[in-house]
Design a binder for this molecule. Structure first.
Ligand code: IVH
Length: 684
């Protein structure tokens, strides 16, 4: 496993791509770590995405400067095998299943016939990936997946990325044996799964189908840094060697695990109607089952049943193991959350970012206690994969909170194949599909009603036009009241003061404050204005680079892909994205409209003979550690200077890195000024 990420610190002011890439890489790792491993995100998803896009853009332009394990390469990466094996000292057995109440009662009768009335205890049957942890002298030494029960895969570094896995056992009065073997389940919580998919969808990447497979794929990564980026959680339910710990019951084992610092079912069920408690008898067993089934959809993680355990280990031994599964355990499964229904039609939904998602409109059907009327089909590829046509009978699956899914077509209805429309159902813009995305988008970011809220939110955000007082709900109110139909309309709000005052919870003060804020925003920097437009792949840094080149709104409108592509830090993807955006049939008139209201501060374009380093020549020698040579030279040129490969008496500065040799000698001979990398950075 790589070192634990640390805070990236302040962002370097240098425009140097290597420094920016290094910082963005460190920052994204850190935010990922906070988000996934620590579950304490420090920045919004939107800000995270903006950083990610900046890094992607820089890496595209300067592939050689990218880190091999860059966060941009990890999201959406699939599972790989090839992990080292891990032997289970005590085999990890499977459990007998009961698919209905009769089977569960038959199990109870069989064991009661053998050993009399038994004390039972139930836990959720977590729907994840079972794993074993091995501690030696209180420290986590080894972690493995179940595998075939005898040999699993060694996922030690990966497991350590999960916050709820203690690396050291709590030092309590409860003594742990020299070797302790703990078993449990690694899973992804419903909301984490939904968030992960939302993000992938926003980024135009393929989404995951279900939390269990995603958890399994995420844990079983060769590179634990990928695991660290996935929102894995874990719960622990078994001490495999209880006799070494002096434990005599399931209940006692749970208490011991809690003391050592493991998350157990006691924590997992806290705050619900369910409790980890012992009971006896068939009636109570069914009562428990019904309670679990009733709570299933309320739990923030997926369970696919209830595990019934004989509480007393001595009784467990008496019952023993038969045909690979212990007689003292039962997996009492829930009926599958799958139902058949008819897909009546396929509609398109336009999201806040313009992503156009096909949705299956279903004949209402109850799945897992909830009526399902529609299911996202994600993208055109998915419709094709399913072979879905309107009118088909389909199998629908609902995994907890996770949006319902169409699993397969069970009976074709003979309808016509769905043709993905060419135009946006909300604003009639021509839809686009970018080469590197699966998602189809409505490009009318500034004018499409479906994207309006998001566009205005971004436009007014602190790092963009910085218009305070426009929380999401306020923007929604303005849109709903018909006061704002586009970002440009914000500047006409001062003429609609009376209508604003009338809005619920507004009043004079709030309206006046907002009007003043909007007035204040009329002279942004050009960089902020470009960033505020919300062009895909154009984060703050890139907006700054573009602003420096184009100089004005007119310059932006006139810029060609070639011209933009020539900017240091801007590659063909960004260049294409910008030109497409500003010349979109809806965006262009809107930008022109905005131009009447805002006057971005002019940015002076540098002509030959201008700039800080005009007339100066720099020579770089030795190993540079802060910048690549290519970069340092680009920075010199950006400032009007010349970078040369050889030292002469006309050289203004020799920048000497480590192990500088002949050029340094020559500079000294000629009396040319020699400076360090730090000195050079200071000159910038
Ligand atoms: S006890 C012999 N408790 O379900 C294995 N297992 O279908 C003893 N599972 O392999 C495990 N939740 O991976 C136990 N609360 C729980 C569980 C649980 C999920 C898994 C376990 C087992 C599988 C059997």
């Amino acid at each position: 496993m790589g070192p634990e990420p640390t805070s990236p610190g302040a962002r370097p002011k240098l425009k140097d791509a290597q420094a920016q890439i290094d910082w963005l890489t460190a920052a994204l790792r850190w935010y990922n770590h906070l988000y996934y491993a620590k579950a304490q995100p420090e920045i919004s998803d939107a800000d995270f995405d903006a950083l990610m896009r900046e890094l992607e853009a820089l890496e595209k332009k300067y592939p050689l400067l990218a880190h091999a394990d860059s966060p941009t390469r990890m999201v959406g990466a699939g599972a790989r095998s090839g992990l080292p094996p891990m032997e289970h000292r005590i085999p990890m057995l499977s459990i007998e299943n009961a698919m209905n109440e009769a089977e569960a009662l038959a199990w109870l009768k069989r064991i009661s016939d053998d050993v009399g009335d038994v004390e039972l205890i139930c836990e959720p049957k977590y729907d994840g990936l079972s794993c074993e942890l091995v501690y030696e002298n209180g420290t986590l030494k080894l972690a493995g997946t179940r595998g075939d029960g005898k040999t699993g895969e060694d996922v030690t570094p990966n497991i350590k990325t999960i916050a709820s896995v203690p690396v050291h056992l709590n030092d309590t009065s409860r003594k742990a044996p020299r070797r302790l073997e703990i078993r449990g389940e690694v899973y992804i919580a419903k909301s984490d799964f939904a968030k992960l998919n939302e993000r992938l969808e926003r980024e135009g990447l393929k989404t995951y189908v279900n939390p269990r497979n995603t958890a399994s794929g995420s844990l079983r990564q060769i590179d634990a840094r990928i695991s660290a980026q996935r929102p894995l959680s874990a719960v622990w339910y078994q001490v495999a060697n209880p006799e070494d710990c002096g434990l005599t019951s399931v209940k006692g084992a749970i208490a011991a695990m809690r003391d050592w610092g493991f998350r157990t079912s006691a924590e997992m069920l806290a705050g619900t109607k369910l409790k980890v408690q012992t009971f006896t008898g068939a009636e109570k067993l069914l009562e428990q089952y019904r309670a679990y089934a009733g709570q299933r959809n309320e739990l923030p993680y997926e369970i696919d049943g209830m595990v019934v355990k004989v509480n007393d280990f001595a009784v467990q031994s008496e019952l023993g193991v038969r045909s690979k599964s212990p007689r003292y355990l039962l997996a009492f499964k829930f009926p599958p959350q799958e139902r058949e229904t008819v897909c009546e039609r396929i509609e398109l939904q336009v999201g806040r970012t313009g992503a156009v998602t096909p949705v299956a409109i279903l004949a209402p059907v109850k799945v897992g206690g909830v009526t399902v009327t529609h299911a996202s089909l994600h993208n055109a590829d998915e419709i094709e994969r399913l072979g879905l046509k309107p009118g088909d009978t389909v199998m629908v699956h609902r995994a907890g909170d996770v949006i319902p899914q169409v699993l397969k077509v069970t009976n074709p209805g003979g309808g016509n194949a769905f043709k993905f429309p060419k135009r946006c159902p909300r604003c009639d813009s021509e839809l686009v599909k970018l080469a590197d995305e699966v998602v189809i988008r409505c490009p009318n970011h500034l004018g499409c009603p479906a994207q309006m809220l998001g566009a205005i939110e971004h436009f007014t955000s602190r790092t963009a036009m910085n218009i305070e007082g426009l929380a999401e709900k306020n923007i929604q109110q303005l849109i709903d009241a018909g006061l704002v139909k586009s970002t440009a309309d914000l500047y006409a709000l001062k003429n609609k003061r009376d209508a604003m005052i009338e809005l619920e919870r507004w009043g004079e003060k709030k309206a006046d404050k907002l009007i003043a804020e909007i007035e204040k925003s009329r002279t942004p920097t050009l960089a902020r204005f470009i960033y505020a437009l919300g062009i895909r792949n154009v984060g703050e840094t890139v907006a700054g680079l573009i602003a420096g080149d184009v100089g004005s709104i007119d310059g932006l409108m006139a810029a060609t892909e070639e011209q933009l592509n020539d900017i240091d830090g801007v590659g063909p993807v960004i260049a294409g994205s910008v030109v497409r955006f500003v010349h979109d049939e809806h965006n262009e008139p809107l930008i022109r409209q905005l131009q009447r209201h805002v006057s971005p501060q002019a940015v002076k374009k540098m002509a030959a003979g201008e700039g800080k380093f005009a007339g100066m020549t720099f020579v770089f020698t030795g190993a540079l550690t802060k910048f690549t040579r290519e970069y340092a030279e680009a920075m010199v040129r950006d400032r009007g200077g010349k970078a040369s490969g050889s030292v002469s008496k006309n050289t203004s500065y020799v920048v000497a890195g480590e192990k500088a040799g002949s050029k340094l000698k020559k500079a000294n001979e000629l009396g040319v000024k020699v400076i360090s990398e730090d000195d050079f950075a200071a000159l910038l």
